[in-house]
Write a protein that binds this ligand. Structure first.
Ligand SMILES: Nc1nc(=O)c2c([nH]1)NC[C@@H]1CN(c3ccc(C(=O)N[C@@H](CCC(=O)O)C(=O)O)cc3)C=[N+]21
Ligand SMILES: [Mg+2]
Length: 284
């Protein structure tokens, strides 16, 4: 059976490191890092995520506010709130929980967030900086995946990393980061239109499953000994299921991350990291 890469355990370790850094920051600056989370409408999954994010803030000694808006909120109303948070000097990080209701243009709203407070790293300015190798914030899920690899001793330099999925939140930025120093992997992105997908994924030393389809990655798609990181969070009748068939893939892989207890807790932890970075940005 493969080595289990426990995001939950690595996140615990990271949070204890962060708690010490937050305490030191508060001591030196007489200011507590603060995250403003914006939640529009009623989505049970979003509720859980936002609650977990706020609990995690509290656990490392940071403040968080929840701005809960009704499902019928207009774009202008949301933009007015964003403008207020942008200006509020007590707010260091702003998180607009996705998805937003259909009457709202998400890209328009994400562009309105002050890039210096954009702890999700979704603003085009921050995406551009990342692509140029000068990131301001690292996007949370990709950063979490890279921390899981690094802290499990998985070498990336010179290895073939195959990223399955091209979303703007995970696959695309992660593929860029893996190709850059200090990771220096050889990267292939595949997606729903890739021909002969299994022949590509089978070449991966590191396989990132971020396609959003339950148990999509099967054992025959994985090279023996490969590292598999499962980014999927699919809600099914069997509960939360990853993008990989964990049991079968675990027989072939050298290391694999579970769902739950894998990338999810790391995503939240890297958000805390970015909120501290945003607060530190005020010093300079
Ligand atoms: N602006 C924005 N930023 C995000 O980072 C963002 C978002 N919107 N919208 C939704 C996705 C999804 N996401 C997850 C965070 C934590 C877990 C997580 O902690 N999962 C636990 C299980 C939690 C459960 O039981 O539901 C685990 O995998 O162990 C999962 C998914 C962040 N997202
Ligand atoms: Mg995030």
């Amino acid at each position: 059976m493969a080595q289990v890469i426990s995001g939950k355990e690595i996140a615990k370790q990271l949070k204890s490191e962060l708690a010490a850094e937050v305490a030191e920051f508060i001591q030196n600056n007489a200011c507590v890092p603060r995250l403003a989370a914006v939640l529009v409408g009623e989505d049970p999954a979003s509720d859980v995520y936002v609650r977990n994010k706020r609990k995690a803030c509290e656990a490392v000694g940071m403040e968080s506010d929840l701005h809960r808006l009704p499902a019928e909120t207009t774009q202008d109303e949301l933009l007015t709130l964003v403008a207020k948070l942008n200006k509020d000097p007590a707010v260091h990080g702003i998180l607009i929980q996705l998805p937003l209701p259909p009457q709202i243009d998400s890209d328009r709203v994400l562009r309105a967030v002050n890039p210096a407070k954009d702890v999700d790293a979704f603003h085009p300015e921050n995406v551009g900086l990342l692509v140029q190798g000068q990131p301001r914030f690292l996007p949370c899920t990709p950063h979490g995946v890279l921390q899981m690899l690094g802290r499990s001793g998985v070498e990336t330099a010179g290895k073939h990393a195959v990223v399955l999925g091209r979303s703007h939140i995970v696959g695309r930025p992660l593929s860029i980061m893996l190709s850059q120093p200090p990771y220096n992997a050889t990267v292939t992105i595949c997606h729903s239109r890739t021909a002969d997908l299994a022949s590509v994924t089978k070449q991966a030393d590191i396989l990132i499953a971020a396609i959003g389809k339950p148990k999509f990655v099967t054992a025959d798609m994985v090279k023996p000994g490969a590292t598999v990181i499962d980014v999927g969070t699919n809600r099914t009748d069997d509960g939360l299921v990853g993008d990989a068939d964990y049991e079968a893939v675990g027989e072939v892989a050298g290391a694999i991350s579970p769902v739950p207890g894998g990338v999810g807790p790391m995503t939240i932890t890297m958000l805390l990291y970015n909120t501290l970075e945003a607060a530190r940005g005020l010093e300079t």
